[in-house]
Design a protein. Structure first.
Length: 223
C-alpha cells in the first residue's frame, strides 16, 4: 500500500482527479476503452467536480459505483443521485453509466440482471474507494449478513444488510475490487487515518478495508 498525505483536501481532490484521468487515458490507449468504479457517500463530491471537467475520451469510459444503497435515485441517500449531480456533467456527461440499482423491493431480485451488465467491463481499469470510520469500504461492512460472500466469494455483486447501514446495500465484491488494474482509497480526517492504521493489523472480517489495501494508493488529508 502507498500512502499519500496532502496539505489539504482541496489539493488532494485536484491531484486525485488528475491521476484518475491519466489512468483512464492509459487504459483507453491500451484497450480502446476503460471502466471506472467510484464510491458514494460524503467524501468524493469534490473529486467528481474536478474529474467531470477534465477532457478525455469519456465516451469510451463505462462508470459504475463501488456500491449502492437500495433506494430510488430521488432519495438523498442515493449514490446514483450524487453521480448524476456531480460527475455526469461537463465533459464526463459522455461517459456510459452502469447502474447498481433497479426498481424492485429487494436487491436480490435484480442481482443477476445487474451482474450481467457489469461482466463485459471486468476487470475494472480504475477503482476509487471510500472508507467509513467503522472500516467498511464499498458496502462491505463489519457484521454484515453476507460478509463472507463479499470477502471470499466469486460473485461480482453481493446484496447485503448490515447493522451500520440503514437500508439494504449492493456492493462490488472484494474479488472484483482486488482484480482491478488500479486502486485508490480516498479518506479525510484524523479519525479515518487512525481507523486505516488499525485496519492494517486486523482481519478483513473485522476491518473489511483490509481486503483491498494490497496494491492500493491511499490519499489522505486532515481536513
Ligand atoms: O455508505 C457509504 O459509505 C462509504 C464511506 O462514506 P463517507 O460518507 O464516510 O465518505 C462510501 O465509500 C460508500 O460508497 C457509501 O455507500
Amino acid at each position: 500500500m502507498e500512502f499519500v498525505e496532502y496539505a489539504d483536501s482541496e489539493m488532494m481532490m485536484i491531484d486525485l482527479a488528475d491521476r484518475l484521468a491519466s489512468e483512464l487515458r492509459a487504459a483507453i490507449a491500451a484497450d480502446g476503452r476503460a471502466s471506472l468504479a467510484v464510491p458514494g457517500g460524503t467524501t468524493p463530491g469534490p473529486v467528481f467536480d474536478t474529474l467531470s471537467a477534465i477532457s478525455l475520451d469519456w465516451d469510451k469510459v463505462h462508470v459504475m459505483l463501488t456500491d449502492e444503497r437500495w433506494v430510488p435515485e430521488s432519495s438523498e441517500r442515493s449514490n446514483t443521485g450524487l453521480l448524476k449531480r456531480r460527475l455526469f456533467t461537463g465533459e464526463a456527461a459522455a461517459a456510459h453509466y452502469l447502474p447498481l440499482y433497479a426498481e424492485a423491493e429487494r436487491p436480490e431480485e435484480k442481482l443477476d440482471e445487474l451482474q450481467q451488465q457489469l461482466a463485459p467491463h471486468l476487470p475494472l481499469s480504475v477503482v476509487l474507494l471510500g472508507m467509513g470510520a467503522d472500516m467498511h469500504t464499498a458496502s462491505i461492512f463489519p457484521g454484515a449478513d453476507r460478509l463472507d460472500a463479499a470477502l471470499n466469494g466469486e460473485e461480482t455483486l453481493v446484496a447485503m444488510r448490515a447493522p451500520g447501514a440503514p437500508e439494504p446495500r449492493i456492493t462490488l465484491s472484494a474479488k472484483v475490487l482486488q482484480d482491478s488494474m488500479r486502486r485508490h482509497i480516498v479518506i479525510i480526517g484524523a479519525e479515518k487515518r487512525a481507523a486505516l492504521e488499525k485496519a492494517q493489523s486486523l482481519s478483513p472480517e473485522e476491518a473489511p478495508v483490509a481486503a483491498v489495501l494490497k496494491g492500493a494508493t491511499v490519499h489522505w488529508a486532515e481536513s
